[in-house]
Design a protein around this ligand. Structure first.
Ligand SMILES: N=CN[C@@H](CCC(=O)O)C(=O)O
Ligand SMILES: [Mn+2]
Ligand SMILES: [Mn+2]
Length: 313
């Protein structure tokens, strides 16, 4: 259910002697309101029902607050406003209602010319985020072609029966795209072979997914990876970027349900994010799976905050 932003989390060190150039995020982030000037709207999805249904290690529901706390002390280098627009949790409702409400909030922010940046929570968040962008796209005179770029060790294309989980969001989106007769453009980068069964690779192939294994994503393969990503981006009008923090090596991102033995390096991830931003097509982004209970000295929260700051810029 919707919670208004708790602005008390936005606090930290203040460099009074430095004046306006000495500010940090906690001094600049304001509560979002209808009619606010276009900028970046942070939004939380403190939910882990999907992780629990997927038999993962729970704890991600405190992820959004941990990212906010890590971001609060970042030095301010932004040239556009940043807002906190609140949270949609799922303590009092089922996951499906929370995903739908998240979608409604994302759509509302897009209608208000905001760039929504959603903080999870489990990766079940993606099915909510996408619903908002999809609905907004269908309000346009000519609905733009949406492409999903997922940095993840997992395809998250698991089969499901009645209910989805953190392992199914892109299968759910593929099914929706098929039902509404729109293309399913999905690029999944950083896939760990050992963490995805043959069934998932077969489903990815059947759905025409553009993917790369983690072992094909080292710095030596960067140009090749950039070319594959550029070819994917070319097919799309709008992009939805979703980052599952378990794509990063466990040493950098220990605070996730399924830490990666190998993972994709931050320098590669950041270069690819810069390419995505430079395309001018990015409409929506989210960062999933931060589990503060499993984190070590806020390493994962700090990485999530760094990536968030890079996307917001
Ligand atoms: N979004 C996560 N998907 C992985 C997670 C596994 C886990 O939480 O342990 C998957 O379904 O395989
Ligand atoms: Mn994953
Ligand atoms: Mn995932």
């Amino acid at each position: 259910m919707f919670k208004v932003p708790d602005m008390s989390v936005w606090n930290g060190r203040e460099d009074f002697l430095e004046g306006a150039l000495g500010t940090r995020w906690h001094q600049q982030v304001s509560a979002w309101h209808e009619g606010a000037a276009p900028g970046v709207a942070l939004f939380g999805f403190p939910c882990e029902q999907g992780v629990s249904r997927n038999l993962g290690r729970t704890g991600a529901k405190t992820g959004p607050q941990a990212i906010r706390r890590a971001l609060a002390s970042h030095a301010w280098h932004m040239t556009k406003p940043v807002y906190d627009a609140g949270d949609i949790g799922c303590d009092d409702c089922d996951l499906e209602s929370a995903q739908q409400q998240l979608g409604d909030c994302v759509k509302r922010l897009l209608e208000q010319q905001q760039f929504p940046l959603i903080m999870g929570g489990g990766h079940e968040m993606a099915y909510g985020s996408w619903q908002g962008l999809n609905q907004f796209a269908h309000e346009q005179a000519k609905p733009p072609v949406i492409g999903i770029i997922n940095f993840d060790a997992h395809f998250d294309l698991r089969a499901y029966e009645a209910l989805g989980s953190s392992g199914t969001p892109f299968k759910q989106i593929a099914d929706k795209c098929s039902a509404q007769n729109t293309p399913f453009h999905y690029c999944c980068l950083g896939v760990a072979q050992s963490s995805n069964t043959q069934a998932l690779f077969a489903r990815a192939d059947a759905l025409g997914v553009s993917y790369r294994l983690d072992e094909q994503m080292g710095v030596v393969y960067l140009t090749e990876t950039q070319q594959q990503l550029a070819a994917f981006i070319k097919k799309c009008d709008w992009l939805y970027l979703t980052i599952d923090l378990d794509v990063l090596p466990a040493a950098i991102a220990p605070g996730v349900s399924a830490p990666a033995a190998r993972g994709v390096g931050l320098e590669v991830l950041e270069t690819l994010i810069a390419d995505i931003k430079a395309s001018g097509k990015l409409k929506l982004a989210d960062i999933a799976e931060l589990n503060p209970q499993l984190d070590i000295d806020q390493h994962t929260a700090r990485t999530a905050a760094r990536l968030l700051g890079l996307i917001a810029r």
